[in-house]
Design a protein around this ligand. Structure first.
Ligand code: SF4
Length: 288
């Protein structure tokens, strides 16, 4: 993997008021200004990065998040947005020509499971997905849709019901990633309630894929996700998930390009894991 293929997740804010039990952000980091964020995006481009993800926190809680995506697309980045999707149909017209992928979560198809795995504020998340996948066919959509499901004790026995429910909606998604619950960040406190065994997770995933051959299902265990994505915090610290914590690799603004490239690409384990974690990206073309 070279620098142009690595998707770097830029947490543009650590803010989110949805209070999910499974959240693995580091809360409380101050947002950067728009101008310094654009500066860093440009710096990344000059270093050779070509893939950028906008994540959080909830990235759409910043009212300038579209400016950042727009700037990155104008520079020539492949752009990805990870959001709960509450604003997606409202923002779609502006995003449609500048966003390559959006990732939106669905962990259950009833209020009880959504509340248990996430929070009461997210209890209607399946309705958000339903609205989006019902709305998209009539709106000239160019954005690839990726669903994400965190598999935990709360939903492990209803995964096939969730997939069947989505399959019945009119828009066909381009990727669906299932993740074994990771006790990271805020989510660490909830491990007794949510954590599941890796063998059970893998077994359930293989069955699910067999049951739904027409849906682009793939998955990653906690171990496969560990060290498998490079994240930039709102203060431009570059970190990777490492066991139950994060390891700091450097800072995009204050370290030299050589130091950053060496910290990320000098580690073969990180590179191999990042490549395996993002294969679904390579199966589609990007907006240019
Ligand atoms: S998981 Fe996402 S939606 Fe939930 S609290 Fe964390 S940032 Fe917000």
């Amino acid at each position: 993997m070279d620098i142009s293929n690595l998707l770097l997740d830029f947490r543009i804010t650590s803010h989110c008021n949805l209070g999910c039990d499974l959240c693995f952000r580091n809360p409380g980091i101050k947002d950067s200004s728009l101008s310094s964020a654009l500066n860093v995006i440009e710096r990344m481009y000059k270093m050779g990065f070509r893939r950028i993800g906008f994540t959080g926190g909830e990235p759409t809680s910043r009212d300038d998040f579209i400016n950042m995506i727009e700037y990155a697309k104008q520079m020539g980045f492949m752009t990805y947005l990870s959001t709960v999707g509450h604003r997606f149909t409202m923002d779609h017209e502006r995003l449609n020509s500048i966003l390559d992928w959006v990732g939106i979560p669905i962990d259950g198809i009833d209020r009880h499971v959504n509340s248990e795995i996430r929070s009461d504020k997210m209890s209607n998340q399946h309705r958000v997905i339903k609205n989006i996948l019902t709305w998209l066919p009539d709106n000239n959509n160019r954005i690839n849709i990726k669903l994400t499901t965190v598999v935990s004790q709360s939903n492990i026995n209803m995964l096939s019901d969730i997939v069947s429910w989505v399959e019945a909606l009119p828009y066909k998604i381009q990727a669906w990633r299932f993740y074994q619950f990771c006790p990271l960040g805020v989510g660490k406190e909830k491990r007794d309630k949510l954590e599941i065994n890796t063998d059970l997770f893998t077994y359930k995933m293989k069955i699910l894929k067999k049951q739904h051959p027409g849906t682009p299902i793939s998955w990653a265990t906690f171990e496969e996700r560990d060290k498998a994505n490079v994240v930039m915090e709102p203060n431009f610290d570059i970190i990777i998930p490492d066991g139950e914590n994060y390891t700091l690799l450097g800072n995009m603004l204050t370290n030299s390009p050589e130091e950053i490239i060496d910290a990320i690409f000098g580690n073969n384990e990180i590179m191999q894991k990042c490549e395996n974690n993002r294969f679904w990206l390579d199966e589609r073309e990007f907006i240019v």
